[in-house]
Design a protein around this ligand. Structure first.
Ligand SMILES: Nc1ncnc2c1ncn2[C@@H]1O[C@H](COP(=O)(O)OP(=O)(O)OP(=O)(O)O)[C@@H](O)[C@H]1O
Ligand SMILES: [Mg+2]
Length: 334
């Protein structure tokens, strides 16, 4: 786990974000009142099970929502500018230059018909207005920084000639070539095998220090998050249900869902023993749950949890949770 550092104001602040998909089947509230703060020089982990709204949150920040998705309420403030209010022309300048994103499957973001070097150069020419020669120089330097072996040779290769880990390194080089303030990494290691994954996580940690970068690291895997995050936000059914410094989340969780996630991580020295995962599944997004959205799966549920939704409230400095019974919830020692 990394050091827990203190900072002043957030670099990016999301308040009461609502991102909805107006589908033929009905209204899907993919993000439903989300609050999140991201700080410079920190990795914020966004964790939650499949379908809870992590990618939609990232795409909302990037202004890249697919149709029929729309931000219907809330704000996303990057150093004083509300991104939800900016015209596409201004967002385009921010994307890539101030905020960059890498995806789970780098193949979807790399064009198979151009060399990887050419593609990174194009991004640099577009965002920084450099000449081809300068862009080539920066690309070579970035390929070195992301520790691609023989950077010069790699630049002349096509995506299919590179392994999954190398492609992800190219994507990181491309994302960082314009020196963004924030890097959004959406499950960047999920498609990779464990050793390669460790290399990418170490690289992101190193680059973050070198570039004073803020990283929003998205994953469904708390084990991965524990290796990179300073701060963790736990997402459940389109909302943040708990957030705190990483150490605090692991030592002192106060939401039953966080507790359930922690209990399903295999323990070091625990052999094959793995506590049962959280029973049940995410609610159908087309059918909103009354009261606390976690209540159908919660071991601590009381009658009043079915009536009213708990707010995300600060229960200790820097630690927020959305549970009526948070004071009774404690980490288990086994
Ligand atoms: N284009 C779309 N049209 C309609 N609904 C969508 C669309 N994209 C996402 N959704 C819905 O939004 C919700 C959140 O999806 P999202 O992809 O953000 O989940 P996720 O947390 O990233 O999951 P995963 O871990 O599997 O990547 C889901 O209910 C999903 O069905
Ligand atoms: Mg996703």
């Amino acid at each position: 786990m990394r050091d827990e550092s203190k900072n002043n104001g957030p670099l990016l602040e999301i308040k009461n974000l609502q991102t909805h998909f107006f589908t033929n089947e009905g209204l899907v509230k993919a993000v439903d009142g989300l609050d999140l703060e991201i700080f410079s020089r920190e990795t914020s982990g966004l964790v939650g099970e499949s379908g809870c709204g992590k990618t939609v949150t990232a795409l909302s920040i990037m202004g890249l929502l697919p149709s029929p998705g729309k931000i219907t309420q809330g704000s996303i403030t990057l150093q004083g500018r509300d991104l939800t209010q900016l015209p596409e022309r201004k967002l385009q300048k921010i994307r890539g230059k101030e905020i960059a994103m890498i995806f789970q499957e780098p193949m979807t973001s790399l064009n198979p018909i151009f060399t990887v070097g050419h593609q990174v150069e194009e991004a640099i020419i577009f965002h920084q207005g450099k000449s081809r020669k300068e862009a080539r120089e920066i690309t070579r330097e970035m390929f070195g920084k992301v520790e691609l072996p023989s950077p010069e040779e790699r630049m002349n290769e096509y995506p299919h000639q590179l392994s999954g880990g190398m492609k992800q390194r190219v994507m990181i080089a491309m994302a960082l070539s314009c020196q963004p303030k924030l890097l959004i990494a959406d499950e960047p290691t999920t498609a990779l095998d464990v050793t390669i994954q460790q290399g990418i996580l170490a690289l992101l940690n190193k680059l973050q220090d070198e570039h004073s970068l803020a990283i929003l690291f998205i994953t469904h895997d708390l084990g991965v998050i524990s290796q990179v995050a300073n701060r963790i936000a736990v997402m459940y059914a389109a909302k943040i249900v708990e957030c705190a410094q990483a150490g605090e989340i692991f030592r002192n969780p106060h939401h039953p869902y966080t507790l359930g996630l922690l209990n399903s991580i295999p323990k070091i020295g625990g052999g094959e023993k793995r506590l049962p995962a959280i029973p049940g599944q995410l609610p159908n997004p087309l059918v909103p749950v009354k009261g606390c959205r976690f209540h159908p799966r919660c071991f601590f549920v009381k009658d009043y949890c079915l009536e009213k939704e708990p707010p995300l409230a600060e229960i200790a400095p820097g630690h927020k949770t959305a549970c009526w019974r948070h004071s009774e919830i404690k980490a288990q020692s086994n």
